[in-house]
Design a protein. Structure first.
Length: 331
């Protein structure tokens, strides 16, 4: 961890700094919620609360405290996917609790003006640490396992970097498309009304094309797979194959989405388990590598996501499969 190691060693120091002495439990200006696509089926990291609502099936409806002062957000509204690029000084928090126990609080801190001036820190609310009402930084190398007698794991810093550095804005779930909803807390509408964005997007351009079945599947793949499988100039850890599952701003039809053009009835490049030869095989979820990978665990060659998930998200598989069954049949 390069900078601020001593400064961020306890959450109270950072929390009080961002709110001028306010209690640690009162971070930020309010929660943000992203429309409930994100997959969170993690056997050892079930998250019934992240200042959050999580359904029993693992679809997350996240409400995370976000401190947007003194920063503003740059909305890159173009033919890309409309990332919200956080300016220097912004802190975003995500808190995890289970059965009334506060377990972990994560910090993404855009501490400087450079595009990669981002710090990822996880804090452990360990009652045995002897620091009441405060949390100490978790082990950045090893993380923490089964914290406070639960099945929740705190990730190592490298795992944070692997996911968050995959996109140039370094913040997952805080894009214009995901914030295009009317749920309580900060959303694209409240950000526009507050004058937080440097450029206000057209709300029409943020709509996911298709009917409800299609929107659910495309949104799910966008939120869970599109961070790596995208055109973003972020982390280069994606296999060398042009399969992009992130939605773009201003796409009007399903057939124009990257998901459709690069995955539907497109042959795999290096993936043939059980005779599977299509990324998404129309009318055949069982013959599609996307759903096959979603159903795999304990096999690093094929499982998706590739880390921090030990339980298959059956609801997510069903969502994507329902769309696949409506697609034209593969040749």
């Amino acid at each position: 961890m390069p900078l601020f190691k001593g400064f961020v060693s306890r959450i109270g120091r950072v929390g009080r700094d961002c709110r001028s002495g306010a209690p640690v439990s009162a971070f930020g200006h309010g929660p943000f919620h992203f429309d409930g696509f994100e997959w969170d089926a993690r056997a050892r990291r079930r998250r019934p609360s992240v200042r959050t609502v999580v359904s029993a099936l693992g679809r997350r409806s996240s409400e995370s405290p976000v401190d947007l002062s003194p920063a503003r957000i740059e909305n890159r509204h173009d033919d890309e996917y409309g990332p919200l690029v956080i300016f220097g000084g912004t802190k975003l928090w995500k808190e995890f609790d289970l059965n009334g126990k506060r377990l972990e609080t994560r910090l993404v801190w855009k501490y400087g003006a450079g595009p990669d001036d981002v710090l990822y820190v996880s804090y452990w609310w360990n009652p045995e640490a002897g620091i009441p009402n405060d949390a100490k930084i978790a082990d950045p190398i090893l993380g923490e396992q089964d914290v406070i007698g639960t099945t929740h794991d705190i990730p190592a810093e490298q795992d944070c970097e692997t996911c968050h550095n995959s996109i140039e804005e370094h913040v997952l779930g805080f894009g214009a498309i995901e914030l295009n909803h009317t749920s309580p807390g900060a959303n694209i509408h409240t950000l526009i009304e507050a004058g937080t964005l440097t450029t206000n997007p057209s709300l029409t351009d943020l709509a996911i094309p298709g009917n409800a079945t299609v929107q659910a599947a495309l949104g799910y793949l966008h939120a869970n797979c599109g961070n790596c499988h995208s055109r973003s100039p972020g982390f280069s850890g994606v296999p060398a194959m042009p399969m992009y599952l992130r939605l773009s701003v201003g796409t009007r039809t399903v057939q124009e989405t990257d998901t459709y053009t690069t995955a539907v009835n497109q042959p795999t490049t290096d993936f043939t388990p059980n005779g599977i030869t299509y990324r998404i095989a129309g009318q055949a979820p069982a013959a599609s590598c996307v759903t096959y990978s979603m159903e795999q665990r304990n096999d690093s060659r094929y499982e998706m996501p590739p880390l921090a998930s030990n339980v298959v998200d059956d609801a997510g598989v069903a969502t994507v499969s329902a769309w696949i069954t409506t697609l034209p049949k593969a040749p």
